[in-house]
Design a protein around this ligand. Sequence first.
Ligand code: PLP
Length: 387
Amino acid sequence: MNKRYLARHVVGLKPSGIRKFFDIVATMKDVISLGIGEPDFVTPDPIIQAGIRSLHAGETHYTSNHGILELRRALSAHIEKEYGITYDPRTEIVITVGVSEALYLAMSALLNPGEEVIIPTPCFVSYQAEVILAGGVPVELPTRVEDNFLVRPTALEAAITPKTKAILIGYPNNPTGAEATREVLVEVARIAEKHDLIVISDELYDQLVYGVSHVCFPALPGMKERTILLGGFSKNYAMTGWRAGFAAAPAGILEGLVRIHQYTIMSAPTMSQAAALEAILNGHEHVEAMRNEYDRRRKLIVGGLNQLGLPTFEPHGAFYAFPSISASGMDDDAFAMKLLDEEKVAVVPGTAFGAGGEGFVRCSYATAYEKIEEALRRIERFMRRHG
Ligand SMILES: Cc1ncc(COP(=O)(O)O)c(C=O)c1O
């Protein structure tokens, strides 16, 4: 009613395709949801206890704008050990309210009005919106299953205009589960250097990879200087509700992010930073246990969907399978609605994640093994009628 008071760029923002769909799911009973984009595991207990200890120790105050130094030190050491790249904990890392805030900070700090950000799609639903909110223009670059949902260097270069400021990549990828190869990332790096672009690399799922090693983009030669690395705790450590993440970048760039962070957020939740510190220092074996269980489910769902005539690209990261639903003769929206209606299985239409998702649906396997088995039985019945 009073929408006329809202800014034009806010009114123009499309509601997330996922939200709309899950509003419907919430009204139904006995639904098996493969739609969830977060771990079904509860945060491992030692991490929870660290959060509680922090509260009981009276750590109920703000922290430094950058976040607790001990956490930044631990993160810096962790990134160096895993990927061989060094970030100064004092000036090159900020602890944020999840990668969500880090994305907001990165876009707001980088973009002048009208500057373009190239975003390979399908991608996490917030990317385009964050660019728009910062006054920029998202330029979608659809990827294809034939290319394992990775960026085609020639297509990337063709999308560059004089207004292009940055490339926003996210591997392991939500929603496809694709993990980028070193070869493709080296090509992205070459193009970024040639055209003097910034790269924002969202590596939130970096520890959830199966049978491959994760390549950290800023660790490629020459890339630290032009990359904002985003990462966090939500997925690796099953900590979505704690709202903690980080951005790491060369000091000159990071300072811009911190300036916005200090005026909008002040500091990430203190108890969550304490929990995140425990996760980084001692969470490794919990991550491994969860990763092994995801991997078991991954094999079940990918094998199962392929057997049902829904060709499914092999995901090497995150916890999503992304089957093609073209055998059903329906588009992805119709497929998801009908499957929900007839068999009470929730999946997310691929187009919710951008143009490259057309003809696919996202099935999350961050749900119990037995539920995935039952979902596959239901999808089998569905495909017998509609295949
Ligand atoms: C690729 C990707 N980036 C960022 C986010 C947001 O994560 P956080 O909980 O750290 O804000 C998500 C959540 O689904 C995601 O899938």
